[in-house]
Design a protein around this ligand. Sequence first.
Ligand SMILES: *[C@@H]1O[C@H](CO)[C@@H](O)[C@H](O)[C@H]1NC(C)=O
Ligand SMILES: *[C@@H]1O[C@H](CO)[C@@H](O)[C@H](O)[C@H]1NC(C)=O
Ligand SMILES: *[C@@H]1O[C@H](CO)[C@@H](O)[C@H](O)[C@H]1NC(C)=O
Ligand SMILES: *[C@@H]1O[C@H](CO)[C@@H](O)[C@H](O)[C@H]1NC(C)=O
Length: 430
Amino acid sequence: MVKIIVKISIIICLIYFANAQQILRSQDVKGQNFLFSFGSCFSERRLTALNRTSIFEKISEQKPDVFAWLGDFGYPKLFEDFIPAFEFTKNEKGYKMLQSNNITQIIGVWDDHDYGRNDGDKNYKHKHETRQIYLDYIGEPKNSIRRTQPGGIYTSYYLGSTKKVKLVLLDVRFSRDSFWFEHSDILGPDQWKWLENEFNDPHSHTIILASGCQILPDDRVIPEKWYPDSRNRLFNLIQKHKDHQRVILISGDIHLAEILVEPNSVNKFGYNIIEITSSGLTHHIMDYKFPQFIVDGFLPNTFNDRQHRLMDFNYALVDIKIDPENKENTQLEISIKDQNNATRLQVKIEPWKQEQKQLNLTNSKYTRDDHRYKRWIIWMFKNYFIEYRKAGIALTSIAFVILILAYFICKILYDCYQNKIKNQQKQKTN
Ligand SMILES: *[C@@H]1O[C@H](CO)[C@@H](O)[C@H](O)[C@H]1NC(C)=O
Ligand SMILES: *[C@@H]1O[C@H](CO)[C@@H](O)[C@H](O)[C@H]1NC(C)=O
Ligand SMILES: *[C@@H]1O[C@H](CO)[C@@H](O)[C@H](O)[C@H]1NC(C)=O
Ligand SMILES: *[C@@H]1O[C@H](CO)[C@@H](O)[C@H](O)[C@H]1NC(C)=O
């Protein structure tokens, strides 16, 4: 009797946790074709300063079934600027078209700026207020569990009525530990428990896993990425469920678009672990006027090379084909599009196709197993001394001069200090 009660309770728990929040319908009534779009980083200041027309007009023309924000709905600097920044985005001409085309449903999850603080973490003090404001602006119902559940605003949706393909939106802010503590965590215990249950879903077989900040690149000298422990934990989860859930990663944040692949993932997981990043909707990294070699220097070629990156403003369009009878026929064609409707990057993913060949998007022969700092040093060396030789020599010379100056300054200060001590000793002995 007790056993039966325990079993029933477990089943009820599983059903409760494992069910994605809701089914997003598509224009195709059978739900076998689904057009999904995503993007991130909408800056009022950039849009106005650069006198750009909004790319949302183009997104709206595509008539996607769903558009998902992967962060940075606006760029409020202070808590007081929050509502004005969000109002600007909401009322922007192109975004209004998307909101009123009567087809596209808009959903989303935040990243740092729309959470309220640049590179913000769980210690941001207005997070309970900004949570409600953010959810209001992406049209989340007032009674939604996302407004109150512990750990953040994470959620999931089935894309189409077949329930085979699922979109999981992770909250990488609300419970994020502060930067680089010993075993820093990104998701927090409640969200991890929930995510594990999302993988136990008996309906779905393909998960599009969304995170504001990038998941794959662990060798870039930028603070905004998954902490090593959390990244490993996620990869263990993906590996554990590889026979019944295949995962595609999507992200935003970095003001460029790219397609990345985890090297050697077919050996480890049985399929290619691919990440698609789309950012930003109004501006891109070259708008900051950094020289190309500086930008490239921050982006080692472990997961892709320059041909698989786009430094222009953009959005992503995912054309999903679902065959409810045969998961091997599942297809996702992912395109990164620009303001002229042109497809600038593209990858076709067949997560369940039997024969998986390792995708290789880089000209590097270094594998993931080479130490990441070794890879980085080799990359920097190649970048600065071979590809951009003059700039590399100039930079090194400047660094050298600074080092020599620093040496002499330290020496002078040290000598002064020594003299002072000597004088003091002299005075004492006198
Ligand atoms: C902004 O662009 C529009 C057309 O794209 C042009 O007519 C207008 O003069 C531009 N404004 C400024 C301030 O450059
Ligand atoms: C862009 O593509 C959409 C969908 O294919 C199409 O409806 C629209 O006319 C295109 N716009 C331009 C400017 O080419
Ligand atoms: C969307 O629906 C509303 C109300 O039914 C209608 O007034 C509006 O013109 C429609 N918009 C488009 C772009 O079809
Ligand atoms: C990927 O392909 C390039 C050639 O396109 C090759 O030079 C490189 O060694 C390959 N990398 C790996 C890890 O297989």
